[in-house]
Design a protein around this ligand. Structure first.
Ligand SMILES: Nc1nc2c(ncn2[C@@H]2O[C@H](COP(=O)(O)OP(=O)(O)O)[C@@H](O)[C@H]2O)c(=O)[nH]1
Ligand SMILES: [Mg+2]
Length: 410
């Protein structure tokens, strides 16, 4: 047997990693909202694209815009961009798994000011919608303060409530201590505690191993990251294409994918979850007075009454019950005979009595009267209800069966 090429081994490793990731994803149904934060130019958008490429077996594709170094676009568009699994996955089989929704954020610099922290708070609670310009939110804060922010965003659904936050910076830049401070405070020290991960990009640019190790140590200790929550990686980028002499447009690079995939397996683990997830930013008293000038410790900001927690499975059962009720009422109405069943029963009783006393029989009417129970509505109830239960049961079970077949690759 001929020896496998290094590329083949890498591809096999990648497939193994995807399988391991999917085994983790099998443990729950709703995709996690994973947000990426860090200062501009460190490779956040490249990292989002690299995660997506690592999930793919075809080729890298641009899903979120990468800035070009030195160009005007370097400042980025500063939007919050959500990319859900249905937009980025290639195969129907993979779409059956709750691959994460990735949230790319441009516009944060190395600051830990009150406005940055408040914006971050709104983002983490999912109140800033897809494609919203983060600089607009900061302008609202500077023009109208917290009341302005509340007026603008409290009405939004908590649609993008963040389940996991990845702080990205690069091996080539100075650690953004202020932004790291802000993230630790808002994501880790308030009521709702969000799991934090850290990524250092531009592994390909490390020349001084010792300086890198010092940076990694500082980065991990500042963010409180254990080894399993840290990743050093090279992203899909022009530099890597040049190094390999290939183009990412036409392929994936398993050597870049494998570390990213095993990191994402940690990020997507069902056990890594938000503490006090029910907490909400909405309702209750304003945080305005102190925060406008000398902000209090953010941990002290009052978090408001939690909304009633409604379990999705309860909603599902209620929806099925309503559907069952509607079908039952419709069928009852359709199948009700167009005559009064009781009159028919009485007529048959009289016929029975007369035919016995006068000793005669009319076979057609006798047959009809023998089967009277079948055509009056009361007797229809049992088959009717069984029918409804079977229909609803199929509704409930079919999606699970289809999902299982997809997973088996059928
Ligand atoms: N050499 C190298 N360049 C990278 C890497 N990641 C990103 N870049 C480059 O860094 C620049 C900024 O990347 P971008 O993803 O837009 O950064 P963002 O502003 O944080 O979203 C782009 O030119 C990327 O090609 C990497 O791992 N290695
Ligand atoms: Mg970007």
């Amino acid at each position: 047997m001929s020896a496998a090429t290094p590329e083949a081994i890498d591809l096999q490793q990648k497939e193994r990693e995807i399988k391991l990731l999917e085994e983790r994803l099998e443990e729950y149904f709703v995709p996690k909202n994973v947000a990426i934060i860090g200062p501009s130019g460190v490779g956040k958008s490249s990292f989002v694209n690299s995660i997506i490429a690592s999930f793919s077996s075809k080729c890298w594709r641009e899903r979120t815009k990468v800035a070009c170094i030195g160009g005007e676009a370097m400042q980025g568009t500063c939007h919050l961009i959500k990319t859900a699994k249905d937009e980025y996955l290639d195969s129907a089989r993979q779409k059956e798994y709750p691959y994460p929704t990735l949230i790319d954020m441009n516009g944060f610099e190395n600051q830990s000011t009150a406005d940055i922290k408040e914006l971050l708070r709104y983002i983490l609670f999912g109140l800033i919608p897809h494609e919203h310009k983060l600089r607009d939110a900061l302008k609202i804060y500077s023009d109208k303060g917290l009341e302005g922010m509340k007026g603008e965003y409290y009405k939004n659904e908590e649609a993008l409530k963040v389940d996991c936050l990845i702080f990205v910076t690069s091996t080539t830049t100075v650690l953004p201590q202020n932004l790291m401070d802000a993230v630790v405070q808002v994501a880790q020290k308030e009521e709702r505690v969000i799991p934090l991960f850290g990524v250092l990009t531009q592994k390909d640019k490390i020349h001084d191993e010792e300086a890198y190790l010092t940076k990694k140590k500082d980065f991990c200790s500042k963010l409180g990251l254990p080894e399993n929550r840290f990743l050093l990686c090279t992203n899909y980028c022009d530099d890597y294409d040049k190094e390999t002499g290939h183009s990412r447009w036409n392929q994936v690079y398993p050597a870049l994918d494998v570390p990213i995939l095993s990191f994402m397996r940690q990020v997507c683990d069902v056990g890594i979850k938000v503490l006090q997830n029910h907490a909400t930013l909405r309702k209750g008293p304003s945080t305005t007075p102190q925060s406008q000038q000398d902000p209090p410790r953010d941990a002290d900001l009052p978090l408001r009454d939690p909304p009633p927690h409604v379990d999705n499975s309860v909603i599902n059962v209620l929806a099925f019950a309503c559907k069952g009720l509607v079908i039952a009422v419709l069928l009852y109405w359709i199948l009700t005979p167009p005559f009064d069943g009781q009159q028919m029963v009485d007529a048959c009783a009289q016929f029975e009595h007369k035919s016995q006393t006068l000793n005669f029989s009319i076979p057609g009417i006798k047959n009809l009267c023998d089967r009277i129970g079948d055509i009056t509505q009361r007797q229809l109830m049992t088959p009717l209800m069984s029918f409804v239960v079977v229909i609803i049961g199929i509704d409930f079970v079919m999606p699970q069966i289809i999902r299982m077949l997809h997973r088996l690759g059928i």
